[in-house]
Structure formats: C-alpha cells, structure tokens
Design a protein around this ligand. Structure first.
Ligand SMILES: Cc1cc2nc3c(=O)[nH]c(=O)nc-3n(C[C@H](O)[C@H](O)[C@H](O)COP(=O)(O)O)c2cc1C
Length: 377
C-alpha cells in the first residue's frame, strides 16, 4: 500500500493554557499551560492537534509522490503512520473515498497555500461580538482606551521640514453630496421593507453583469461595476432576504448572468432566536426553507450577534465562487493609470475609451489578454 501527505499542511507550535483548580489548591496560579503541535490542513476545515513525535514523519513525505507504507512504518513506526492516516494528514492509495475526495477537491482549487491556511485559520463561528466585548469591558470607548490605549493616529505625521504641496480645494457637487451620504447604518427599522425595484437596482449596480467577453473558447469573463484581478470576480453574493416587497423571505443566491435569484435550501437545522451558531441537520431530518423567525436568528448568527445589523431588510453574504490561482493576477502590481482610468492618462487607442459600441467602458477581454501575456494595458 502506498501513502502520501495531504496537499497542504502547516504546523503551529502552540501554548495551551487552562485553569485547573487542583493547581490553585496546590498553591499554584491555577493556570496550567502546555506546548502542543497543531496541523493546519485546509482540506480538513479546522486545525487539529498532533503528537509531537509525528512531526518528523509529516516532514518526510511529500504531497505528490506515493511512497510505500511499509518503508515509512520501518522508519517511523506503524503507530505513527496509522495515527496520521486516521487524521487524514497522510492519505493512502487507493484512498478512503471521503478522505481522498476532500484532499482532491482542495488540490483542484489550486489555492495559494498560505491564503488557504489563513482563510481556514481565520474562520469563526458561534461568536456573540457585543456580549464578548461587554464581558471584557470593551463595549465603550473608555473601556477600549483603558485596555488598548489610544489607537494609532489616522495619518502618519508629516516629517519635520517636509514641504506640503497644497491641492486646490474642489468645489463640491452632487457627487460629493452622494459620497458624503454614505454611512454605516446601525439603526435598521425591523418593520421597513425595500421596494423590489430598489432592491433590484442595488443588486444590478453592485453585483450585476455589465458586460461579458470570451477571450478564448470556453474562457468567459464578465464585467461588473467594480474591478477584479484577471476579471475573475471570484466572489458570489448570497442573500438573507427578510423584507423585500413582492419577494418571499428566504435564502437566495444572486445570479449575475440572469439578474435573478436562486432560492437556497439551507443544509442546516433551522436556527432559533438566541442561537449563536448553526447546527447540522439531525440524521434523517430533511432540509427545508426557514421561517422568518429562523432567518432573523440566522442573520444574528451571521453578524456575530450584532443585533443592529441583523435587523436589516437584506443581508449580503459574500462567498468565494472560485479561488485565485497562485502566482496569477492576484499578486500583480496595479498602476495608477489603468486602475483609476483618470481621463486623459491612457495611451491611445485604449479600451477604456468611452462609448465603445456594444461594450460600455472597457473590454475585460483585451485587458485580461494583456495581463495573461504579462504586458500592461
Ligand atoms: C470589512 C469591514 C468590517 C466591518 N465590521 C463591522 C462590524 O463588525 N460592526 C460594526 O458595527 N461595524 C463594522 N464595520 C463598519 C465600520 O465600523 C465603519 O465603516 C466605520 O465605523 C466608519 O464609519 P462609516 O462607514 O459610517 O464611515 C465594518 C466595516 C468594514 C469595511
């Protein structure tokens, strides 16, 4: 039988501190800590503790070539190999279906390993932000200042003697008024609903497809009102719809192509008010649409207990649709000229020239081609 290591695993030495009454009663501080090793393997979804004795074995097997299990057992012992197979950090060939699938799915994404590990490690659930902050005395500016001191100044200071080049103060116009009207609202009226037309316009202007192109057969790119590296637009919008006139409350996925909503049947048990996390369906429990009460409870979970956001008529949940390919556009520097397309700064002819027949402003096909070929705009 042959084995190999999972696609990506990062190891973290971590100190774990726990309160132990015995230690306190024995005259100690009550806080007992120990050092442990944690493995972060993105195909597993959460970090797992491993035996320190197995660390060397993980470093002795690659993620690509299969090696003989007996050879590894001879070197590191059958117990260690069995333990890491059980933890799905080592995989056998032919694999146990489910284990092999999770690793294969991750490999197929081509996700930049540090980004995948960071994404997995930064996930959170069952958090009640306001309650946690209140518990720590951080729910007021005084409490924040007391515990964390002053935040950094909004701007780094001007070096002594450095000349400032004052810019002409712009004359305010309607667009400035629009920009200044933008604010984070924490005071939603739980009764108010959004007219369907308004909701539809917001969706079209924020996530909608504004154009599309096909730089190569089967290679489709879309254009939105926001730029995206490689025109990948790797984010999809799911919606918790609570109150839109003419639209049933529910979970939806926004389809930019059709400018339409796809109802999503949640694959989790219906949350109840007060839940701080979601629960899996019980065996045999059928997935079904949630009531308005469960939607509201889910909204509260999704915003980490921040009731003031959970009352919003609609909440957008941004989820990765595709994964940025490592070494691709995600890491390429952006230049002011093309990124901000300030009028008059492009070399002529340029795809961002206004009024291109049938396209709108700029052609992702052209810019994508130039990015893939390493030349700019
Ligand atoms: C990525 C991101 C996450 C945020 N998360 C929270 C949050 O969890 N709770 C909250 O009350 N505000 C949150 N905000 C809003 C900021 O607090 C708000 O933008 C900031 O106070 C500035 O206020 P303004 O948006 O009205 O200009 C978030 C903003 C951003 C961009």
């Amino acid at each position: 039988m042959r084995v190999r290591r999972c696609a990506v695993v990062w190891l973290e030495p971590r100190e774990l501190a726990t309160f132990q009454l015995d230690d306190l009663l024995a005259g100690g501080t009550g806080v007992v800590s120990r050092l442990a090793w944690f493995a972060h393997a993105p195909h597993l979804g959460a970090a797992i503790e491993i035996d320190p004795a197995h660390v060397a074995l993980l470093g002795a097997v690659g993620p690509v070539d299969w090696v003989g299990r007996d050879m590894l057992e001879a070197r590191f012992g059958a117990e260690a190999v069995a333990a890491l197979l059980a933890l799905q950090l080592l995989l056998q060939e032919p694999g146990v279906q489910e284990q092999a699938l999770a690793d294969a799915r991750f490999r197929a994404q081509g996700w930049h390993p540090p980004a995948a590990v960071a994404h997995m490690a930064a996930r959170w659930e069952a958090i009640d932000g306001p309650a946690g902050m209140a518990e720590q005395g951080l729910d007021s500016n005084e409490g924040l200042l007391q515990q964390h001191g002053l935040p950094p100044p909004p701007e780094s200071p001007v070096p002594e003697g450095a000349p400032l080049h004052a810019l002409p103060r712009p004359v305010r116009d309607g667009f400035d008024a629009l920009l200044d009207a933008r604010t984070t609202c924490r005071n939603y009226d739980p009764q108010a609903s959004i007219p369907l037309e308004v909701f539809s316009r917001i969706m079209a202007r924020t996530f909608g497809r504004r154009g599309s192109g096909q730089p190569a057969p089967g290679f489709e790119v879309i254009k939105r009102t926001s730029p995206s590296g490689g025109a990948l637009h790797p984010v999809e919008c799911f919606l918790i719809v609570q109150r839109v006139q003419g639209l049933a409350p529910g979970l939806y996925r926004y389809r930019a192509t059709e400018h339409a909503l796809l109802a999503v049947v949640p694959q989790a048990a219906a949350p109840v008010v007060g839940d701080i996390g979601t629960r899996a369906l019980s065996p045999g429990e059928a997935a079904s649409a949630w009531s308005s009460e469960s939607l509201r409870a889910f909204a509260q979970i999704a915003v980490a207990g921040q009731t003031f956001f959970a009352d919003a008529a609609v909440l957008c949940v941004l989820a990765p649709a595709s994964i940025a390919i490592s070494g691709s556009t995600a890491t390429m520097p952006r230049r002011i000229g093309s990124a901000s397309s300030m009028p008059g700064t492009c070399r002529k002819p340029c795809s961002c020239a206004r009024r291109r027949p049938g396209w709108g402003r700029s052609s992702p096909a052209r810019s994508t081609r130039s990015i893939w070929s390493g030349r700019s705009g």
